[in-house]
Design a protein around this ligand. Structure first.
Ligand code: KIV
Ligand code: ZN
Length: 509
C-alpha cells in the first residue's frame, strides 16, 4: 500500500504550508494517482488544518483519508470530527518510544507510554475500525520495547503499525532486519499491516523503506518529490517505480497509475514553490535525457540499452499542448477541471480566463503547467492581497546602474518608489521593500522555465522569513523580472496574512 503524506509531513517543510484549496487540488491529484491512503493533515494543529482535512474527507471517495493525532483525547476526537464525512477514514495516532524522547520530551516512563498508546488506540477505535499506530522515533527505540508496545496496540485494535525512522538515523540492512524481527517476534503481528515511514537525513529514506519492504513491510509512507520535515521523506515516485521496475525482485503489485506521477510532482512543486532538481530520479527534467553520444546512439538503436523505464509510463508526455489564443472559456474550464482545478466562482473563472488570454497573446502554445501557474497566481491574488502591483518600470543598460520604479497599492493606498540595485531583480525587490516598509529576510530566490523555448514563462520562487515564520511566494510570467516582483509580493502577502499558519506541527496546540 502507498500511504502519501505530502499534505501532512510534506507540509512540515519550512515554507511549504498549503491552503485548504491547494490541499484539495493535491488530494484530488493523489486520488487520480490511486494512492491507497492520503494523510491530509493534523486536525488539532489549527482550525485551517482541521478545515483542510475535513474538505479532503468530503471530496475524496476512493483513497482512505487519514488524520494525524497525538495519543491524547483532544487530538483523537478532533481527528475523528474532521474525518466524519470520509467514505473511508483512518485515525493515525502516535507516541514516542525512544529513550531520549520518552525521558526528555515526554517525561514518561516506558510503562506509562505503553499504557497511553493502548488507551489512544482504544479511543480511536471508538470512532473507526481503521486505526494506525506509530511508535515515534522507532529507529532509535529498544526493539524489545517496540515488540511489547506493538503487541499491546494490536491487541487494543490497531490495524496498521507504522515504524517511523523519525530522525533518519537507520541504515538499510539494520532497518530491514528490525522490521523482520518485529514481524517475527510480535505474537499477533498477523493482526496488522506493518508500515514504514523513513526520513532522509542521511539520504537513505528510499533505501530504508525498500529494505523494509523486502523484509515484510506492506505499507510505505512517502511524499511526492520527497518533500517533508528537514531533508524530507521517502520519495513516492522512487518507491513506486523501484517496486514496479523491479517486480522480479520484490514480487509485489501496486495499484498506482504511474502515468500521473509527473503531473502530480509538478503540481506539488508549483503549489509549494519547491523546485525539483533536474537530476532527481523519475521526476527531474533530466531523468530521461541522454546527453552522451554513446548513450544517445544506444537508445536510438534499442531503448532498453540505457533506459529501464519509459518516460511516458511516468507521465512525461502529459504536459500537453492544450490551448491557444483562440480557445474558448469552455475548453479552458474543461481542461482546468481535468487538471483537478475547480474555480469556486464565475468571477474567479473570468479573471483566470482573462489572464489566460493575455498570456496566449504573448505565448503561442499554452501547456498544462502554464495553466497551473496561472491558477496559483489568481487564487492567491484574489484571496489574500494586501499588496497589489499596479505598475513596474525597470531600466537595465550596459554600463548603467539598474533602476526600478514600482507602483504598489498597499491596503488600498497607492504608493510609488524608485531604487537602484546590483541587477534589475535586486532593484525591484529593494523598491518593493521600501515601498511597503517590509522587513523580511530573503532566504531563497530561484527561477525555472516552466516549459521549453525562450518564450517560456519563468516560474520564480521567493522564500522569506520574518518573526519566526517562513513562507514561499511564487510568480510566473514570460517576463522574469515581472515574475520576480509577483513572487516577492506573493511572499509578502502571505507574511501579512493573519490567517496564514505557522509551521503546522509546532503551532499552538
Ligand atoms: O516522522 C515521524 O515520526 C512522523 C510520525 C508522526 C509518524 O511523522
Ligand atoms: Zn515524519
Amino acid at each position: 500500500m502507498i500511504f502519501d503524506t505530502t499534505l501532512r509531513d510534506g507540509e512540515q517543510s519550512p515554507g511549504a504550508s498549503m491552503t485548504r484549496e491547494e490541499k484539495l487540488r493535491i488530494a484530488t491529484a493523489l486520488e487520480r494517482l490511486r494512492v491507497d491512503v492520503i494523510e491530509a493533515g493534523f486536525p488539532i494543529a489549527s482550525p485551517d488544518d482541521f478545515a483542510a482535512v475535513r474538505a479532503v474527507a468530503e471530496t475524496v471517495r476512493e483513497s482512505i483519508v487519514c488524520g494525524l493525532a497525538r495519543a491524547k483525547a483532544e487530538d483523537i476526537d478532533r481527528a475523528a470530527e474532521a474525518l466524519r464525512p470520509a467514505a473511508r477514514g483512518r485515525i493515525h495516532t502516535f507516541i514516542a518510544t525512544s529513550p531520549i524522547h520518552m525521558e526528555r520530551k515526554l517525561g514518561l516512563r516506558p510503562e506509562q507510554v505503553l499504557e497511553q498508546a493502548v488507551w489512544a488506540v482504544r479511543r480511536a477505535r471508538q470512532y473507526t475500525d481503521d486505526v494506525e499506530f506509530s511508535p515515534e522515533d522507532a529507529g532509535r527505540s529498544d526493539p524489545e520495547f517496540l515488540c511489547r508496545i506493538i503487541e499491546a496496540v494490536i491487541e487494543a485494535g490497531a490495524t496498521t503499525v507504522n515504524i517511523p525512522d523519525t530522525v533518519g538515523y537507520s541504515v538499510p540492512e539494520q532497518f530491514g532486519a528490525l522490521i523482520r524481527r518485529l514481524i517475527e517476534q510480535v505474537p499477533n503481528s498477523d493482526g496488522a499491516v506493518f508500515s514504514v515511514h523513513c526520513h532522509n537525513d542521511l539520504g537513505l529514506a528510499v533505501a530504508n523503506s525498500l529494505a523494509a519492504v523486502s523484509q515484510g513491510a506492506r505499507q510505505v509512507e512517502c511524499t511526492l518529490n520527497g518533500l517533508g520535515e528537514r531533508a524530507g521523506n521517502a520519495a513516492l515516485e522512487e518507491i513506486v517505480m523501484a517496486i514496479r521496475t523491479r517486480r522480479d525482485f520484490y514480487e509485489l503489485n501496486l495499484g498506482i497509475d504511474t502515468t500521473h506521477i509527473v503531473p502530480c510532482s509538478r503540481l506539488v512543486s508549483t503549489i509549494t514553490g519547491f523546485p525539483v532538481q533536474p537530476n532527481k530520479a523519475i521526476v527531474g527534467a533530466n531523468a530521461f535525457a541522454h546527453e552522451s553520444g554513446i548513450h544517445q546512439d544506444g537508445v536510438l538503436k534499442s531503448r532498453e540499452t540505457y533506459e529501464i523505464m519509459r518516460a511516458q509510463d511516468v507521465g512525461w508526455d502529459t504536459n500537453r499542448l492544450v490551448l491557444g489564443k483562440h480557445s474558448g472559456r469552455n475548453a479552458f474550464r474543461t481542461r482546468l477541471h481535468e487538471l483537478g482545478v475547480t474555480l469556486e466562482s464565475e468571477t474567479e473563472l473570468n479573471e483566470t480566463f482573462q489572464r489566460f488570454k493575455a498570456l496566449a497573446d504573448k505565448k503561442h502554445e499554452i501547456f498544462d503547467d502554464d495553466l497551473l501557474a496561472l491558477v496559483t497566481d489568481v487564487e492567491w491574488s484574489s484571496a489574500n492581497e494586501h499588496l497589489h502591483l499596479v505598475a513596474l518600470r525597470v531600466s537595465s543598460e550596459t554600463g548603467e546602474i539598474p533602476r526600478a520604479q514600482v507602483t504598489l497599492r498597499v491596503n488600498g493606498e497607492e504608493r510609488q518608489l524608485e531604487a537602484n540595485g546590483a541587477g534589475p531583480v535586486d532593484a525591484v525587490f529593494k523598491a518593493i521593500a521600501q515601498c511597503c516598509a517590509a522587513d523580511a529576510e530573503l532566504l531563497l530566490y530561484s527561477v525555472n522555465a516552466i516549459t521549453s523555448g525562450t518564450d517560456a514563462q519563468g516560474d520564480v520562487t521567493v522564500r522569506l522569513a520574518a518573526q519566526g515564520r517562513i513562507v514561499n511566494g511564487q510568480g510566473a510570467d514570460v517576463d522574469i523580472i515581472l515574475a520576480s516582483a509577483k513572487a516577492y509580493l506573493n511572499a509578502l502577502n502571505k507574511l501579512m496574512d493573519p490567517a496564514a499558519r505557522a509551521h503546522p506541527q509546532y503551532g499552538e496546540i
